[in-house]
Design a protein around this ligand. Structure first.
Ligand code: ATP
Ligand code: MG
Length: 568
């Protein structure tokens, strides 16, 4: 059941306070118009979710005089693709947000953006430069030294207009010329030292085709697109703080803009054990380190979705992280906690043995089958009960047996006694080995008087309770255990290549896990808690009717048995 309770929670932060004040003062007639402006050059990641929850959240909180636009900042044709456009729309919707009719593309404004550029040239505020990019870097100066004026800076308006038009007409090759704002080469903020506005790029654009061979720079297109759409509050991440003066310069100098937006910055989301840059994520995909953008180990929204994260849990997480102006690193355990809380409520319980060892209960009648009742969700009686079959042979986890038990091991060992959950207690009589010395099966006996939780007579009550699956009834399924993709907390931080930090054990595929028979009909996209093992999701891509594949979403907090399986 989708749950939209945390779409508009009560909260306060510096952005909301500021917007609240604007509304109270009647700025923009009390309207709050925000935008989420992804560049379609990759799939959305969990960092984007923070921005989506903020921008779309604000529009819901300030309704009816509010809305949030989805705008594709598609100004770099070389890296962009419609595959990304489609995935971004799917992911925003999946998170629970809707842009309604307010879907925009920066490329829709190319003609207008071009006209503003001519306007700036005419006002003497922009010029065409012929310096190479290397020369431009040299002329730019440093943080401690002012830059120098380009020799082309003093071109006349006519000359600039002519050259700019010829740039558009395709007369020059890539990189031969560039349009720059004419601001101040000695400005203390490097972004104000005559920043580039337009570059020549003979490249096919996924929407405008070959209509253009000059493309606006992000820093130029972004503020003007905001203003053209009537955005009131342009919220972005801290890296753009130093671009704010340019944002304001453009808004102030372009004439005829329908609105007067302002930009404010908040800290981006960073997660431990995670890389978040799209460039690096693309690299992981292209080089085959993961199976695709939706690989369940990826921090992309499509990866989290395929792993079994719910939109509610990701929204709760964004809420928990909050908004600040300070760089920070969030522990990925916070995210794992959020999804556990959510799945604890919604996941049905089931029995699965991942690494089986066969137990033969020798005093149990050979052809008998009995059915034991198990609740589908212990905290939610409405979810009902199901019947779990039991017969003479069952599978238990290898980890629940130790031939030579260490001190404090309370599960099964030779001569030891353990409870099979919902059934009865068994005692291990004998260990049968294969020729190579590995364990083939365990011969046990059961005590019929220990059903319904009754303690054995004359013996101490076994401390261990383990799960099991009837061998005759079990179905085989592929189960994938995912672990962190990187080994260190900050794979991005060091000098060395982030690829060297990849966790070689981030994926363990178990081909023939033994599952309780009801799971044969598990439908793609449903959540289960395999008791004592973890939360699992029926893979929506690979599963077919009658043949489910299970992705581990997250391990369990050691919950009902103290000697629960070690988190693997
Ligand atoms: P990346 O740095 O991962 O390549 P980006 O900033 O280039 O991301 P965009 O498509 O331009 O990606 O991002 C769209 C919006 O999402 C921007 O407003 C950006 O500020 C925001 N955003 C991107 N990454 C994060 C993050 N880690 N935390 C919060 N917001 C983010
Ligand atoms: Mg960007």
């Amino acid at each position: 059941m989708p749950d939209d309770s945390n779409l508009t929670p009560e909260r306060s932060d510096f952005i909301r306070d500021m917007i609240g004040q604007d509304v109270a003062e009647g700025r923009n007639d009390g309207w709050v118009i925000t935008r989420f402006p992804p560049e379609p050059n990759g799939y959305l990641h969990i960092g984007h979710a923070k921005s989506i929850c903020l921008n779309f959240g604000l529009s819901l909180e300030n309704a009816p005089k509010a809305r949030c636009h989805l705008r594709f900042d598609d100004t770099n044709p070389v890296k962009e693709d419609t595959e990304y456009v489609d995935s971004i729309m799917e992911d925003v919707r999946w998170l629970g947000f809707d842009w309604g009719q307010y879907l925009f593309y920066a490329s829709d404004y190319f003609e207008k953006l071009y006209a503003f550029a001519e306007q700036l040239i005419t006002k003497g505020l922009a010029y065409v430069d012929d310096l190479t990019s290397e020369q431009m870097r040299e002329f730019r100066g440093t943080l401690t030294e002012p830059g120098r004026d380009s020799p082309h800076r003093s071109r006349t308006v006519e000359e600039n207009l002519d050259l700019f038009r010829r740039m558009r007409a395709g007369e020059f090759s890539d990189g031969a010329r560039i349009l720059r704002a004419k601001i101040d080469m000695a400005h203390p903020n490097m972004n104000m030292r005559d920043p580039a506005l337009y570059r020549i790029l003979h490249a096919h654009h996924h929407r405008t085709g070959d209509a253009w061979c000059i493309y606006p720079m992000y820093d130029y297109a972004h503020p003007l697109s905001d203003a053209l759409e009537g955005i009131t509050h342009s919220l972005c991440t801290l890296e753009f703080e130093h671009h704010r003066p340019l944002y304001e310069w453009l808004i102030n100098h372009a004439e005829g803009l329908p609105s007067n937006p302002y930009q404010r910055e908040f800290a981006r989301l960073n997660l431990t054990y995670t890389v978040m840059s799209k460039r690096k994520l693309l690299f992981l995909v292209k080089e085959g380190h993961v199976s695709g953008w939706d690989d369940p180990r990826m921090p992309t929204l499509s990866g989290f979705r395929r792993r079994g994260y719910t939109p509610e849990s990701i929204r709760s997480f964004c809420l928990a992280v909050g908004l600040t102006k300070f760089k920070s690193l969030t522990d990925v355990a916070v995210l794992e906690h959020t999804i556990r809380e959510d799945l604890n409520k919604r996941a049905l319980r089931a029995y699965a043995v991942l690494r089986p060892i066969k137990v033969i209960i020798e005093n149990y009648p050979e052809d008998q089958v009995e059915y034991l009742e198990a609740p589908n969700s212990p905290d939610n009686p409405e979810a009902g009960i199901r019947q779990i079959p039991l017969c003479r042979e069952v599978y238990i986890e290898q980890e629940d047996f130790m031939e030579n038990p260490i001190a404090g091991f309370h599960r099964l060992f030779p001569g030891g006694e353990v409870r099979l959950k919902f059934a009865f207690c068994i005692i291990c009589k004998e260990v049968i080995k294969n020729a190579d010395g590995s364990i083939k099966e365990l011969i046990c006996t059961f005590d019929d008087t220990t059903r319904h939780g009754k303690k054995p007579e004359g013996r101490t009550k076994p401390k261990g309770i383990i799960h099991w699956v009837s061998a005759r009834h079990a179905i085989d399924a592929e189960v994938r255990l995912y672990d962190r993709l990187f080994r260190s907390e900050e794979p991005d931080a060091g000098e060395s290549d982030f690829l060297e930090d990849i966790n070689p054990d981030s994926l363990t595929v178990i081909q023939n896990a033994k599952l309780e028979p009801s799971l044969k009909e598990a439908t793609a996209g449903s959540h289960y808690q395999f008791e004592r093992v973890g939360y699992f999701y029926v893979d929506p891509k690979d599963s077919q009717a009658g043949q489910p594949f299970f992705n581990r979403t997250v391990g369990l907090k050691d919950s009902w048995a103290k000697e629960g399986l070690k988190k693997s």
